[in-house]
Design a protein around this ligand. Structure first.
Ligand code: IMP
Ligand code: MG
Length: 332
C-alpha cells in the first residue's frame, strides 16, 4: 500500500519500532518518515541479536533501501540525531525538514527542573519546553542550524510526490494515543497530539493520502511516568507475570496492567484504524515464543487474539512473538 501510518494504541512502548522495521524490510519501503514529538521517543529493533536503538531516526533504518525522513512537526535534538546518523551510517539517506523545531539546553534544563514537569514525570528530553517555545514563536528551526544544512529537504513535497507516483511510504508515529495532549490523560500527557491525524500533519500529508492506519497494541499495557493506569498491577505481580520493562530513554521502571479492551476500542476510533498489530504475545503466553503461524499458537493465545478482534471489530493482521524482527505472524 502506498502510504501506511503507524501509531501506538496505548501509552507508547507498544513495540512500534519492531513492526515498522519488519514492514519496511518486507515491503522494501521507499520512504519512512517520522512524525511524533521528538527524542522523548525510544525505539528498539533487534536483528540477529544486535540491538538498534533510535530516538530521532525512523526505525525503518534497518532496511538499507529505505530513505529516512523527519517531518516538520518533529522536534530535533541535533546532537542525538547526528550521533545516530554516524552510528548507523545513514548520512546519504537521511533528510530533515527545514521547519523542524530545535531543542536546546535551556529546554532540557527546564524539563528536568520545573516542578510541574517533574510531577508529570516527563522524559526530561526538553520536548515540552521546546514545543512551548515553538507555540510562542521563539524556537529555532532546523533551517537555522549550520550542522543540519546538508540534510535539509522539503519533506512534505517529497512525501506527497512519492505517494502520487506510487512509491511506498511508511509514516512512523511515536508515543501512544493516551499520551496525546488532546485525547490522553491530561495533564499526564506529552506536549502535543500524537494520534494518526497529528502524525500525518507532522509530515505534511492530508487524510486523503493515507491508505492504511495501523494501530499497534501490546498484549498488556505499560506506562512510564505519572498518570492513571486502570488495572495497574503491583510491582511484585508484574515481576511474577514477567511483564517488567524499563524505559528505553529514561531507564525508568514501566508500570503495567493487563490488556485494556476499552482503551483499545477508543484507540481504534481516535485513529480511524484500518489494521491492528499486536506485540509481545510471547510475554503473556511464553509457550508461543517465536511462533510464525497463527495456527500453531496455543489455544489460550488464539482465544485472546480472537477476543481482541471481536471487541475492536478489526483483524489482528500482525502479531509479534519475540524480540527479533522476524519473530512475527503475518496475516496481512
Ligand atoms: P514528555 O513527552 O517527555 O513531555 O513526557 C510526558 C509523558 O509522556 C511522561 O509520562 C513520559 O513518560 C511519557 N512519554 C513520552 N514519550 C514517551 C515514549 O516514547 N514512550 C513512553 N512514554 C513516553
Ligand atoms: Mg519506546
Amino acid at each position: 500500500m502506498p502510504c501506511t501510518v503507524i501509531v501506538g494504541g496505548f501509552f507508547g512502548d507498544e513495540g512500534k519500532g519492531k513492526i515498522v522495521a519488519y514492514l519496511a524490510k518486507k515491503d522494501k519501503v521507499d520512504i519512512a518518515v517520522r512524525g511524533g514529538v521528538g527524542p522523548n521517543a525510544g525505539h528498539t529493533v533487534v536483528i540477529n541479536g544486535k540491538k538498534y536503538k533510535t530516538r530521532m531516526l525512523p526505525s525503518a533504518l534497518v532496511s538499507n533501501y529505505t530513505k529516512l525522513m523527519i517531518g516538520p512537526g518533529v522536534l530535533i535534538n541535533v546532537n542525538v540525531l547526528l550521533e545516530e546518523i554516524k552510528n548507523f551510517s545513514t548520512k546519504d539517506r537521511t533528510f530533515v525538514d527545514p521547519q523542524c523545531g530545535i531543542i536546546d539546553s535551556t529546554h532540557i534544563d527546564k524539563d528536568t527542573s520545573d516542578p510541574n514537569l517533574k510531577r508529570i514525570g516527563t522524559t526530561g528530553t526538553g520536548t515540552g519546553p521546546a514545543n512551548a517555545d515553538r507555540a510562542l514563536r521563539k524556537a529555532f528551526l532546523a533551517r537555522d542550524s549550520f550542522e543540519l544544512s546538508e540534510y535539509l529537504q522539503d519533506i512534505p513535497n517529497i512525501v506527497n510526490s512519492s505517494i502520487e507516483s506510487g512509491k511506498s511510504v511508511l509514516v512512523e508515529g511515536t508515543q501512544g494515543t493516551f499520551l496525546s495532549l488532546y485525547h490522553g490523560t491530561y495533564p499526564y500527557v506529552t506536549s502535543k497530539d500524537v494520534t494518526a491525524s497529528a502524525i500525518c500533519s507532522d509530515v505534511g500529508i492530508g487524510p486523503k493520502k493515507v491508505s492504511e492506519v495501523m494501530v499497534v497494541l501490546k498484549a498488556y499495557v505499560t506506562r512510564v511516568g505519572s498518570g492513571p493506569l486502570v488495572g495497574e498491577l503491583g510491582q511484585e505481580e508484574t515481576t511474577l507475570k514477567g511483564w517488567t520493562e524499563y524505559g528505553s530513554v529514561t531507564g525508568r521502571l514501566r508500570r503495567a496492567s493487563p490488556f485494556n479492551f476499552e482503551l483499545a476500542k477508543r484507540s481504534i476510533m481516535l485513529n480511524s484504524a484500518t489494521q491492528v498489530a499486536l506485540t509481545k504475545l510471547d510475554i503473556v503466553f511464553p509457550a508461543d515464543a517465536g511462533k510464525k503461524e497463527f495456527n500453531g499458537l496455543s489455544p489460550e493465545a488464539k482465544k485472546f487474539v480472537n477476543k481482541i478482534e471481536e471487541e475492536i471489530g478489526l483483524k489482528v493482521a500482525v502479531i509479534g512473538t519475540g524480540q527479533e524482527i522476524d519473530d512475527i505472524i503475518d496475516r496481512k
